[in-house]
Design a protein around this ligand. Structure first.
Ligand code: SIN
Ligand code: CO
Length: 382
């Protein structure tokens, strides 16, 4: 499958040769790219309370590489020096439909593996310093030119400058370097040290991947389990007298192990939990319920005039095939559906807009109508 965003490279070739293996520069990954986000749009986003934004001041702060957190207003930007700073806005896809649509071009990677689209603006010499990220990243040059250098050395904790708000590598030495023009993209596997410096004012789009760690998974799974009611307590109806009351016996420990195992997930629990976990909405970013919820009859009438549905851009979706069913996950909620809904599930989880599926299913089953009805009233489709 040829990918436009890979400059016409075949997805299979990219995954086999580069993905999680080695860096790669894709010249004109998107030829003639026109940015959907202006510098002012980004500054406006960084002024909003619910948007995560940071300013990195290489030289103009109270100390080198000072980081300040948004929201920022015009006076914050007015005080900035001419050079050597960067504004970073995380999760722009949750706030801008165009940013969410940009991520759709990365369909050659499972959607759940993509975390966000971070957009940065930097004037000349702007940078966030040499550092490494623990996940794969696609660094797309949207406007302006930037010099990137990398080093694949295995850096240790002692290689980072102490006491900063950012992790910055001390004495970074470039091993490979590229000058990126608008439309070019650098892909980096996890852990490759990189340093990008703006040659002139411009914007970079970073598609950051999601790679949950075992501790993160465990901690979320435990939190989720603790919310449920099936708690089992230690019991020992066959207790017999023991010689030393201070001893914890092998038999006691075996019961503790059994108790632990009873709290661990079987496959069904895990499937259900993982889908809910990876699609859970970001804080404050759940779509608001439909302004005027419709009753089932009014909804069917509404559907008659709807050739296309659009999905709220901050919706997180995924599905898992399980036995003869699909489990659809939408913003952290699970719903078991029959395989008859497969064409709808594929379209809904892959697109921002999809054809109204009701005329396509003849006669439309109550399962599909009911699902669309709930998605509509929850503000997820319109
Ligand atoms: C940037 O856009 O300035 C930084 C992106 C990165 O290094 O991950
Ligand atoms: Co980085």
């Amino acid at each position: 499958m040829i990918q436009q965003v890979l400059g016409g490279m075949d997805a299979a070739e990219f995954l086999e040769c580069y993905w999680q293996k080695q860096p790669c520069v894709i010249r004109q990954a998107i030829p003639d790219f026109q940015s959907f986000m202006s510098r002012q749009d980004l500054f406006d986003l960084a002024g909003r309370e619910q948007v995560e934004s940071r300013l990195v001041l290489e030289t103009a702060g109270e100390y080198p590489w000072q980081v300040t957190h948004g929201p920022f207003d015009e006076s914050d930007f007015a005080e900035l020096p001419k050079t050597h700073w960067s504004l970073l806005v995380q999760h722009t896809d949750l706030h801008s439909p165009a940013a969410a649509a940009f991520l759709n071009q990365f369909r050659f990677i499972p959607r759940w593996r993509i975390d966000d689209l971070m957009i940065s603006y930097a004037p000349e010499h702007g940078s966030v310093g040499p550092h490494l990220d623990s996940y794969d990243v696609f660094l797309f040059q949207a406007t302006g030119r930037r010099h990137w250098s990398i080093n694949r050395h295995d850096y240790k904790e002692s290689d980072f400058i102490d006491g900063l708000d950012l992790q910055i590598i001390n004495h970074f030495q470039a091993r490979q370097q590229w000058w990126l023009e608008p439309g070019d993209m650098l892909y980096l596997p996890p852990g490759v040290a990189h340093h990008g410096v703006a040659l002139e004012a411009g914007m970079g789009f970073s598609v950051g991947c999601r790679a949950p760690s075992s501790h993160e998974l465990l901690s979320h799974y435990v939190d989720d389990t603790l919310e449920q009611e099936n708690d089992r307590r230690y019991s020992d109806p066959d207790l017999s007298p023991q010689e030393h009351s201070g001893e914890i016996t092998r038999k006691d420990l075996r019961e503790i192990i059994t108790l632990f195992h009873s709290a661990l997930p079987d496959e069904t629990c895990l499937v259900n939990w993982f889908g809910r976990y990876v699609t859970r909405p970001a804080e404050n970013e759940e779509p608001a319920a439909a302004p005027g919820p419709l009753d089932p009859t009014a909804f069917l009438a509404y559907c008659q005039n709807q050739s296309v549905f659009s999905k709220h851009h901050a919706t997180r979706t995924a599905f898992i095939r399980k036995d003869q069913h699909f489990i659809l996950f939408v913003n952290g909620e699970a719903c078991t559906l029959s395989t008859a809904l497969a064409p709808f599930i594929y379209a809904f989880t892959e697109n921002d807009e999809f054809d109204n599926p009701l005329p396509l299913q003849n006669p439309p089953g109550p399962e599909l109508i009911d699902l669309l009805y709930r998605l509509y009233n929850d503000g997820i489709i319109a």
